[in-house]
Design a protein. Structure first.
Length: 116
């Protein structure tokens, strides 16, 4: 049986990984190098959780909202999903209008918390 000593240089740099106190030297694949960095969830930015249409909007910029108020409807796969206010606040920006089609993770509404 022959060993293949041929180096396969992919142009990707070598990286050291520490796993359970063991050090591994490897090349990270293209998918790993192109991934987006982690960003913590911002509760003030209400994003679409799936692609869909906006058939109804119940608020406008500057409106005061209470926790649990319906802000808009996101229709996806023949289901109408009510997007609710997660806390008391004021509508800082409204990034959709009736009839819009939105992709996943599109910022629908940005809220500013009111101090109670």
């Amino acid at each position: 049986m022959k060993e293949n000593n041929k180096s396969q240089d992919t142009g990707l740099p070598m990286k050291e990984l520490n796993v359970d106190e063991a050090v591994y030297i490897t090349r990270l694949n293209k998918m790993h190098t192109l991934r987006k960095p982690y960003q913590p969830v911002n509760p003030s930015m209400l994003k679409s959780f799936m692609p869909g249409n906006i058939p109804e909007v119940f608020v406008k910029k500057g409106d005061e909202v209470k926790e649990g108020d319906t802000l808009l409807i996101l229709e996806a796969m023949k289901m109408k999903n009510r997007i609710l206010a997660p806390f008391d606040g004021k509508v800082k920006s409204l990034n959709v209008k009736v009839g819009d089609t939105v992709p996943k993770n599109h910022v629908l509404i940005e809220l500013k918390a009111t101090n109670v």
